[in-house]
Write a protein that binds this ligand. Structure first.
Ligand code: 3PG
Length: 209
């Protein structure tokens, strides 16, 4: 059983899922989110800049708790932790990822959307799971149903979650936080509209309050 603390998720209802298209965006984007009260930042490995962005944010953005997303294998897990990621999120799960996570003190959120995947995660020792893609995997109703057989597990749904529907997830007792890319619109980043992103973050950080 993983004894790692997931306290970083306390009082932090929303996690932006970030894809950095240009490395120079990483620091101002993270600063804009932190200014709006969003401190857990999931920087994905979907672009070539992911790892470098994690290091820049860790080193330069006070108040940010930077993690990594879209981690699909143990090599990526290690690279992200070396780069400075404080938590690791995967869209799915594998024995290799479970094993790697259990060797570290890094909070790991494996992805699970079926009862079988939830059971495998639990058996491996993980109690806080990413539920992705949420909207096409049964949405809030599916997570609510998991509260019966899996009362001791918590979920962080992502995929199709926005400011309008986040509350329906966050109202569930077994939802620890929600995630999404909507907090970091690509056009706003491209145009350097950092104040706009701070405003979105401010609104998001009030959810579930
Ligand atoms: C993720 O990896 O969590 C999702 O891609 C986020 O989904 P969204 O783009 O629908 O918010």
């Amino acid at each position: 059983m993983s004894s790692v603390s997931y306290a970083f998720l306390d009082n932090a209802p929303v996690i932006p899922v970030i894809a950095i298209q240009k490395l120079e965006h990483a620091v101002p984007l993270a600063e804009a989110l932190v200014a709006g009260g969003i401190t857990n930042l999931e920087v994905t490995l979907r672009t070539q800049h992911g790892l470098k962005a994690i290091t820049l944010i860790r080193d330069q953005v006070k108040g940010a708790n930077v993690g990594v997303g879209t981690v699909c294998n143990a090599t990526e897990f290690d690279s992200a932790v070396d780069a400075g990621a404080n938590f690791v999120v995967s869209p799915g799960q594998s024995d290799a990822l479970f094993d790697r996570a259990l060797l570290t003190n890094i909070p790991f959120l494996p992805g699970a959307v079926t009862a079988t995947e939830v059971m495998a995660s639990k058996e491996a020792g993980f109690n806080v799971l990413k539920f992705f893609p949420a909207s096409t995997s049964g949405g809030a109703d599916a997570i609510k149903a998991f509260a019966g057989p899996f009362a001791d597990l918590q979920f962080v749904p992502t995929g199709g979650i926005n400011l309008d529907n986040a509350a329906s997830y966050l109202s569930l007792s077994n939802v620890r936080a929600v995630g999404g890319s909507g907090l970091t619109p690509a056009d706003a980043i491209q145009n350097g509209q950092w104040e706009h992103i701070t405003q979105i973050a401010r609104e998001a950080s009030q959810l579930g309050a």
